[in-house]
Design a protein around this ligand. Structure first.
Ligand SMILES: [Zn+2]
Length: 102
């Protein structure tokens, strides 16, 4: 049996463990799912943040930010923010017979 750690709205409580969503388990799952795609994960979590801000209008924005987005910086995810692939070398243009166009 798989426990789904999905948010129960409008209180954004985890359906799997009854903690504030995203719970530590879900954060771990998201980190694994979006390995090497931290920007995508950030966009997804930003979307959840906006939705939660509408539902949890009694919770300070800073608290919601830390809950939905603040943990991303400490998540150990590969991706463009940690790993920079060396730039690909540009192939030289083939020799042009007609340079008068330039
Ligand atoms: Zn959970």
């Amino acid at each position: 049996m798989t426990t789904l750690h999905t948010p129960m709205r409008p209180r954004w409580i985890c359906a799997g463990c009854a903690q504030d969503w995203p719970c530590p388990t879900r954060r771990g799952q998201l980190t694994a799912e979006y390995d090497r795609a931290q920007v995508c994960l950030s966009l997804v979590m930003a979307s959840y943040f906006v939705e939660a801000s509408e539902d949890l209008c009694d919770v300070p924005a800073g608290e919601l930010y830390l809950r939905f987005l603040g943990w991303l910086r400490s998540a150990r995810i590969g991706g463009c923010l940690r790993h920079h692939d060396p730039p690909q070398r540009l192939r030289p243009l083939p020799p042009s017979r007609d340079r008068s166009a330039y």
